[in-house]
Design a protein around this ligand. Structure first.
Ligand code: FUL
Length: 487
């Protein structure tokens, strides 16, 4: 590439590569964008792929999952609290961010909020001088992980929960979290509203209308103002949606698109819609898969021998990241304030399994061809899917919603996984595809699947073959594939 062009690209960013080359070479223009498309924040979020959830509060010390709200702050007394041990372990496990339950439904705050006495400042931990949100966010910065916050809308401690005074309180707390702990990558708004609680001593049932009570648009505005890089998660988005279950799987198909007005937090019967998204959805609101490494979200010593195995975590990875969703894996610290040895062991063995499975990309540097490509221009040739550049892609002509890429390894290779990525900056397109392997008797179909999106990983029965073919059999518009890897 000539030097002025190179200089331009290093300023403009590689994202402009295809448009620039198409323009200056008077070449075939790139495919039209299929709306909706991800924002820059969402693109950065997709690239995080897997990260940690941390549930930690007085529940850790009472054994509960949902504190009633009357737990004394004196219960919160971790004996060897070490946020760096958590974050260092997470980094070693290949997790790229942490979302901390700064306040769960019981209302106890892990930071010394100036708006309540129900917090870490009235606990024995560091004689009331501690701030767990600070410790975790600092550790994240030290180890290069992103940091996000969970602030439960349902608060079973606060006397005025149910009144407008609580909404002011909630927003003040949100301002504290978003304003004082550095960059926030995701704000997690939970949808649970169970009803009964302590509520400042009232000890009663309180029902709110969760479609109106929280006045979400005005709370979201605070996030936009104080954390412009953050994505907002809730059951109903707007930036990231719940995957509809806490079992560890996104749907197949899994569309990153959905129409937000078909959803609202807490609405029953939409789990399936959340799990699959909607092909014609009007908003880019991709799925996040939240699941715990143990049966509970909080630590309970009786679950020490029920930590998920590395193999089970690997399956969850394939069913979340491998289906174009992000994985939010909960790892709850114990009463010492440490990740338990069993959890650490499982996490590191899971990482080893991923590393060994995806160690050598058999498609790197081999030959990729296609039966057709856009305007017969090299800009859109199949070789782009194996060049290691996420900003180049294979695409077909506009009218063509089918097409095939052939990858020739040059010699027989044993393979078990095929990884495919769409160039989602131009929208999610592929509706169905299959994978074939070359045998002495010709092409044999070994897998059929639906959507691709940001990333799709297909496990096939291990097979020895010199060539594979990925056949896009249906798409919303001409397919645009940026990456293929084979393991
Ligand atoms: C749910 C909560 O009720 C659980 O306690 C947990 O925090 C989970 C991640 O979200 O809605």
């Amino acid at each position: 590439m000539n030097t002025p062009l190179k200089r331009f690209l290093s300023c403009a960013g590689t994202g402009s590569l295809m448009i620039l080359l198409a323009a200056c070479c008077k070449e075939v223009p790139p495919p039209q964008t299929i709306l909706p498309v991800p924002s820059e924040q969402q693109l950065a979020w997709h690239e995080l792929e897997q990260y940690a959830f941390v549930h930690f509060t007085t529940n850790t010390f009472t054994g509960k999952e949902w504190g009633y709200g009357d737990e004394s702050p004196s219960l919160f007394r971790p004996t060897a609290f070490d946020a760096e041990q958590w974050v260092k372990t997470m980094k070693e496990a290949g997790l790229n961010a942490v979302i901390l339950t700064c306040k769960h439904h019981d209302g106890f705050c892990l930071w010394p909020s100036r708006y309540t006495e129900h917090s870490i400042k009235n606990s024995p931990f560091m004689e009331g001088k501690g701030d767990a949100v600070r410790a975790v966010s600092d550790a994240c910065r030290k180890y290069g992980l992103k940091f996000g916050v969970y602030l439960s809308p349902w608060d079973r401690n606060f006397a005025q929960y149910g009144d407008s005074a609580y909404i002011d309180y909630y927003r003040n707390q949100l301002r504290e979290l978003l304003g004082n702990y550095g960059e926030i990558f995701e704000v997690w708004f939970d949808g649970a509203n169970g009803g009964d609680g302590y509520y400042g001593g009232a000890k009663e049932q309180r029902k709110i209308d969760n479609t109106t009570y929280y006045d979400w648009p005005n709370t979201h505005a605070i996030v936009r103002e104080l954390a412009p890089h953050a994505v907002i998660f809730s059951d109903a988005g707007p930036n990231v949606r719940w995957c509809g279950n806490e079992k560890g799987f996104a749907g197949d198909p899994n569309w990153c698109t959905i129409s937000i007005d078909t959803l609202y937090a807490g609405k029953a019967g939409i789990e399936d819609l959340l799990n699959h998204g909607a092909e014609d959805g009007s908003s880019w609101t991709p799925a996040e898969v939240d699941v715990s490494i143990r049966p509970g979200w909080f630590y309970h010593s009786e679950e020490d021998d029920r930590v998920r195995t590395p193999e089970n975590l690997f399956d969850i990875y394939l069913q979340s990241v491998g289906r174009g969703a992000n994985l939010l894996l909960n790892i709850p610290p114990d009463r010492r304030g440490l990740l338990h040895e069993n959890d650490v062991q499982a996490l590191l063995a899971w990482k080893k399994l991923r590393d060994s499975t995806f160690a050598v990309n058999l498609a790197a540097g081999v030959k990729a061809t296609s039966n057709s490509y856009r305007g017969k221009s090299k800009l859109y040739a199949a070789s782009n899917v194996i060049d290691g550049n996420k900003d180049t892609y294979w695409a077909t002509d506009d009218h063509q919603t089918q097409g095939a890429i052939e990858i020739d390894f040059g010699r027989p290779q044993k393979l078990s996984y095929v990884l495919i990525q769409e160039y989602i900056r131009l929208g999610q397109r592929v509706k169905s595809f299959n994978i074939e392997v070359w045998t002495t008797g010709g092409w044999v179909n070994v897998a059929e699947a639906t959507t691709i999106g940001y990333k799709r990983i297909i496990a096939i029965d291990p097979v020895e073959t010199a060539k594979i073919r990925i056949k896009i059999t249906d798409a919303k518009a001409c397919p645009v594939i940026s990456n293929v890897e084979v393991y």
